[in-house]
Design a protein around this ligand. Structure first.
Ligand SMILES: Cc1cc2nc3c(=O)[nH]c(=O)nc-3n(C[C@H](O)[C@H](O)[C@H](O)COP(=O)(O)OP(=O)(O)OC[C@H]3O[C@@H](n4cnc5c(N)ncnc54)[C@H](O)[C@@H]3O)c2cc1C
Ligand SMILES: NC(=O)c1ccc[n+]([C@@H]2O[C@H](COP(=O)([O-])OP(=O)(O)OC[C@H]3O[C@@H](n4cnc5c(N)ncnc54)[C@H](OP(=O)(O)O)[C@@H]3O)[C@@H](O)[C@H]2O)c1
Length: 424
């Protein structure tokens, strides 16, 4: 046992638990997972108070049930197509139970610092206590540290980030402006519109809003079945299917995207379009000026708001690394081999640091599977890992629109295929 490499796993969210499961299954049992919370689940551990979790009381997943399963653990038959956050957490708990990962987790253990020592080991500091490890697998998630916008003026009303949006109750009878039409922005706008006096959503750039079902099936399973087609044909088909479902975005007073569907992270939401056409959510262009509670938009409209909800995304943050060591937060490219391996630190591995056009945890599962083989020595990094990592960062820049939110974007199916190919 003592000859086994000592492995630290940072975080017991859905990436961390599958990492432990894969390591142990590969016979690597000298594993300690540090989790700052007192329960597993990470983002899916809903709390009505401020916490790591960014889910709201009413959140349902946007990746459908069948596309959101670990590779050897199906979701219960009685789950709906798009389970609620409670069901998702229950699924993660039953996975953790079934694969007996709990004994490897130290709860209430916030990692304060990770430093490289002597090239080949890592010193992890938790609650002031320092411990050395041979490998560090980073699974701390990238949807919990809010990215705030720079507002063009001082807003004197109430301001919050979507990370802190828990329920629509505080917004009853108010005039609410949501910034951003990603999945958070559209969820917040739809929920607020049920109780607010007036709800608007401001888009600085066009965004595809994709309804959750197509031809009676979850939209991602439909797209999944077409993956054998060459991407130019796939793009035309996806655009045509959206045209059939949605028509023109201008019919909803939304800006028309002038790029292929697959070039941006999709917003999957059936209710937003419905709420717009019912006059419950009002689309607005970019904000150009704010004076006290008055907001001016780029089309000249001026409106007063009680609340601004900035649904402007999240930072890729590793507070336990010194900024001189690794700083992806301010980076404009993230060159990691297979989105996991840092070319300069081969014993430091990132799991779940991907933003798929699909679900994250099946990808984390496959990444952890590959990482286990790597640590065991049954899979090796290529010699030109640095060059390949740089190439991947270049490919991301080519495949997706140049936006901060796309720095770790991947196409679910092709990325999964790539991971599987490594071990076939
Ligand atoms: C509202 C919302 C809805 C989403 N819906 C979907 C969806 O439908 N499908 C999908 O695939 N993805 C979705 N996502 C993306 C989401 O990030 C992933 O589903 C998933 O939570 C990622 O898992 P993770 O384990 O990598 O990170 P997390 O779930 O964030 O877990 C990270 C864990 O690390 C712990 N941790 C962090 N820092 C430390 C530290 N210093 N020391 C110790 N422990 C630490 C945290 O407490 C947490 O338990 C959604 C995101 C949001 C915000
Ligand atoms: N129900 C669900 O399952 C659900 C709910 C919420 C989130 N999620 C997931 O969680 C992740 C994060 O989603 P998110 O919506 O929070 O973030 P996101 O995908 O990064 O979207 C952020 C949005 O804010 C806009 N924005 C960013 N900075 C801005 C600024 N300074 N001014 C104006 N607009 C700005 C972006 O527009 P630009 O494109 O112009 O930058 C984009 O529309 C995604 O993976 C998402 O799928 C899922």
């Amino acid at each position: 046992m003592s000859e086994q490499p000592k492995i630290a796993v940072i975080g017991a969210g859905c990436s961390g638990i599958t990492t432990i499961k894969n390591l142990v299954e590969a016979g690597l049992t000298n594993v300690v997972c540090f989790e700052q919370n007192s329960e597993i689940g990470g983002n899916w551990l809903y709390s009505p108070k401020k916490s790591h979790s960014s889910v709201a009381e009413t959140t349902h997943i946007i990746s459908s049930k069948k596309m959101s399963e670990y590779r050897d653990f199906p979701m219960p038959d009685d789950y709906p197509d798009y389970p609620s956050h409670k069901q998702v957490l229950a699924y993660f708990k039953s996975y953790a139970d079934y694969f007996n990962v709990y004994p490897y987790i130290k709860f209430d253990s916030k990692v304060e610092q990770i430093e490289q020592v002597n090239q080949d080991s890592w010193q992890v500091t938790v609650n002031g206590f320092k411990e050395l490890f041979d490998f560090v697998l980073v699974c701390n998630g990238h949807h919990s540290v809010p990215m705030h916008p720079e507002l063009p003026g001082a807003f004197t009303g109430e301001y919050l980030h979507s990370h802190d949006f828990k329920t629509n109750k505080p917004f009853e009878g108010k005039r609410v402006l949501v910034i951003g039409a990603g999945n958070s922005g559209c969820d917040c706008a739809v929920e607020c519109s049920r109780v607010a006096d007036f709800t608007a959503i401001s888009l600085r750039t066009p965004q595809y809003i994709v309804p959750k079902f197509f031809l009676g099936k979850p939209v991602d399973t439909f797209n999944g079945n077409m993956q054998w087609l060459p991407s130019p044909i796939l793009n035309v088909l996806q655009k045509a299917s959206l045209k059939i479902q949605v028509g023109s975005y201008s019919n909803y007073d939304l800006p028309e995207p002038d790029f292929p569907v697959t070039k941006a992270h999709p917003t999957v939401n059936s209710e937003l379009l419905y709420k717009i056409r019912h006059g419950n959510v009002h689309p607005r262009p970019a904000i150009i000026k704010i004076e006290e509670s008055e907001v001016t938009f780029s089309d000249g409209t001026k409106e007063r708001y009680d609340t601004i909800i900035a649904a402007t995304g999240y930072k890729i943050a590793f507070p336990f690394f010194s900024k001189e060591f690794i700083n992806f937060e301010d980076a404009d490219r993230i060159p990691l081999y297979l989105r996991m391996f840092h070319p300069e630190y081969p014993s430091l591995i990132f799991i779940g640091l991907v933003q798929p056009q699909g679900a994250i945890w099946p990808l984390s599962d496959h990444q952890a599977w590959l990482a286990s083989h790597y640590i065991k020595g049954s899979w090796e990094l290529p010699e030109n890992v640095k060059e390949l990592a740089e190439q991947e960062a270049d490919d991301i820049a080519k495949q997706f629109l140049k936006r901060k939110r796309h720095l770790v974007e991947v196409h679910f199916h092709s990325y999964l295929k790539k991971l599987k190919r490594e071990l076939s």
